[in-house]
Design a binder for this molecule. Structure first.
Ligand code: ZN
Length: 144
């Protein structure tokens, strides 16, 4: 899909070859790895159909960071099944919260640099998301 390729370009060298398939669906945008290792990037159809270009690129760039996080893990672990299990952690874990604020921080930075700017509403939404997950991660690190 064009927007994912564009977001990958905007993400620089790290954005390439991180995803096997892009699927537009009614559910949330997400990145996941199937059994066997196929990497799927899902984009929410509402974002694809209605959003402005900046919102769509930001969304794709965010999921691409998750794809990058998985690639890093796979590089470290070496085995697809093992990496997949390690990647698909509980939403209640510290790792999940940390991955979320890192993903949005990098997505915002990359797309802002690429487009020159993001709308104030997109930026506000993105900053809220970063701050929320950062504080959740802090709590989990402290009380783990
Ligand atoms: Zn995310």
């Amino acid at each position: 899909m064009a927007a994912v390729n564009e977001a990958a370009g905007a993400s620089g060298r790290v954005g390439r070859n991180l995803v096997d398939k892009v699927v537009v669906r009614a559910g949330n945008s997400a990145f996941t790895v199937e059994k066997g290792g196929r990497r799927i990037l899902y984009l929410n159809e509402g974002v694809v159909e209605q959003a402005n270009h900046g919102i769509l690129l930001r969304e794709a760039a965010h999921e691409l960071v998750h794809a990058q996080q998985y690639a890093k893990l796979l590089g470290k672990v070496g085995d697809v099944d093992q990496a997949r299990r390690a990647f698909l952690v509980s939403g209640r874990s510290y790792r999940y919260a940390a991955d979320e604020f890192v993903a949005e921080t990098l997505a915002q930075r990359r797309i802002q640099k690429y487009l020159g700017n993001l709308s104030n509403s997109t930026l506000d939404w993105s900053n809220d998301y970063i701050n929320t997950w950062r504080s959740i991660a802090r709590t989990r690190r402290t009380y783990r």
